[in-house]
Design a protein around this ligand. Structure first.
Ligand code: RIB
Ligand code: CA
Length: 313
C-alpha cells in the first residue's frame, strides 16, 4: 500500500506539534505534500512560525509550510493562549526557524494541489479551525469532489464543550467554515473531545517520551508537561489530552479507533450554542449520515505507536 498523500492544516499548538511529528516520522504511511497554517490557538504569524519550528525539530525542512487565513470567515478570531501559552508552543525552548515560509497562500496551495493530484488521492488532515479548508471550497468548488477524505479534530457530544459549555474550540472559532465542510459531501472522520479526552498523557506516558532521550522525544515531554496544567486544573484529569495526534494516528492505525457513521450538524445561529456539533449518535432524526464520529480508542496502543514513531526522529 503506497503512503497516503496528505495536507496537514494546523494551528500549532503543542498537540498539533505532536500530530505533525507523528506524520513526519511515518513516511511509509503518509506523504506530507505540505503543511498549511491557520489562525487558531494563537495568531497566524505564530502558527506558521510554529509549524516551521516543528518541521526543523523533526529534521524535515523539505516539507513546504504555507500561511493561510488569519481570521475566521465571518467572525472575530478567538485564540487559546490560556491553554497553549503566549507562543503557542510553550514548554520546550526551541530555536526560531530558519526554513523559509512559502510565498503562496495556503488556500491557493490547497486548491492547486487538489487540482494537480489525481482525484480522490489527497486526504486533508485538519487540526485547527476549518477556515482554510472552507475558504478553498468556496473559492474553487471544483476541488471538493477531488478530496479523498477529511480527518479532523473537532467537536464534542457526550463530552460537551471545552471553550463554551456546548462547543469545542476548533469548531467554535469558525462555525461557518465547519458548516461548509460538513455539508460538502466529502467522507469525513471526526475526532471529537469524546475520544481525545481518553488520550491522556499520564506521567508514565510522559516519561516514555522523555526516556527516548532524543530532541523530539524530550520536546514532546516538555510540551505535554506544559499543556496538561490547564486540563488537570479544569477536569482533574491525569494528564494532557492529545487531541490532534488522534488524526494522524488514525491514518496509520485506524483499528485503534471506533465510532459511528452519523449525522453531524453545526450550530451557527445561536450565541448560546455557537459551534456546537449536534451529533445524532442515537439516530433520532432522519438527517443523512455525513461523518464518522469517533468515540473511543485503544489508548495504550495509541501511545505505543506515538513513542515508537517519534523515537525514529
Ligand atoms: O479543542 C482542542 C483543539 O483546539 C485542538 O486542535 C487544539 O490544538 C486546539 O486547536
Ligand atoms: Ca489544533
Amino acid at each position: 500500500m503506497p503512503p497516503r498523500k496528505i495536507i496537514i492544516d494546523t494551528d500549532p499548538g503543542q498537540d498539533d506539534a505532536v500530530a505533525i511529528l507523528l506524520a513526519l516520522a511515518s513516511p511509509e504511511d503518509m506523504d506530507v505534500l505540505g503543511i498549511t497554517a491557520v489562525a487558531g490557538n494563537v495568531p497566524l504569524e505564530l502558527t506558521q512560525k510554529n509549524a516551521r519550528i516543528v518541521c526543523e525539530l523533526a529534521g524535515k525542512t523539505d516539507v513546504p509550510v504555507f500561511a493561510g487565513c488569519d481570521r475566521p470567515m465571518g467572525r472575530q478570531l478567538v485564540t487559546a493562549e490560556h491553554v497553549h501559552g503566549k507562543t503557542g508552543l510553550d514548554g520546550p525552548s526551541l530555536p526560531d526557524p530558519t526554513m523559509r515560509l512559502q510565498d503562496q497562500h495556503a488556500v491557493d496551495f490547497i486548491i492547486e494541489t487538489l487540482r494537480r493530484e489525481d482525484a480522490g488521492t489527497v486526504t486533508l488532515c485538519v487540526l485547527g479551525p476549518l477556515t482554510n479548508i472552507a475558504t478553498a471550497f468556496q473559492k474553487a468548488p471544483d476541488v471538493i469532489e477531488r478530496v479523498q477524505q477529511i480527518v479532523l479534530m473537532g467537536g464534542a457530544y457526550f463530552e460537551v464543550g471545552n471553550i463554551t459549555p456546548t462547543a469545542e474550540f476548533n469548531i467554535y472559532v469558525d462555525p461557518e467554515a465547519a458548516e461548509i465542510t460538513f455539508k460538502s459531501g466529502i467522507d469525513i472522520v471526526i475526532m471529537p473531545l469524546d475520544v481525545t479526552h481518553k488520550a491522556l498523557v499520564t506521567q508514565p506516558r510522559n516519561d516514555a517520551f522523555r526516556d527516548l532521550g532524543t530532541p523530539s522525544g524530550i520536546a514532546v515531554a516538555q510540551m505535554t508537561d506544559f499543556f496538561e496544567r490547564f486540563d488537570k486544573e479544569k477536569y482533574g484529569s491525569s494528564g494532557a489530552p492529545l487531541h490532534d495526534p488522534c488524526v494522524t494516528a488514525y491514518l496509520i492505525a485506524p483499528e485503534l479507533f471506533s465510532g459511528r457513521h452519523i449525522n453531524v450538524e453545526i450550530e451557527t445561529q445561536s450565541d448560546l450554542t455557537r459551534g456546537m456539533t449536534v451529533a445524532d449518535w442515537w439516530g433520532v432524526t432522519d438527517r443523512p449520515a455525513n461523518a464518522t464520529f469517533i468515540g473511543d480508542l485503544d489508548a495504550d496502543g495509541f501511545f505505543a505507536l506515538l513513542v515508537e514513531r517519534i523515537g525514529r526522529l
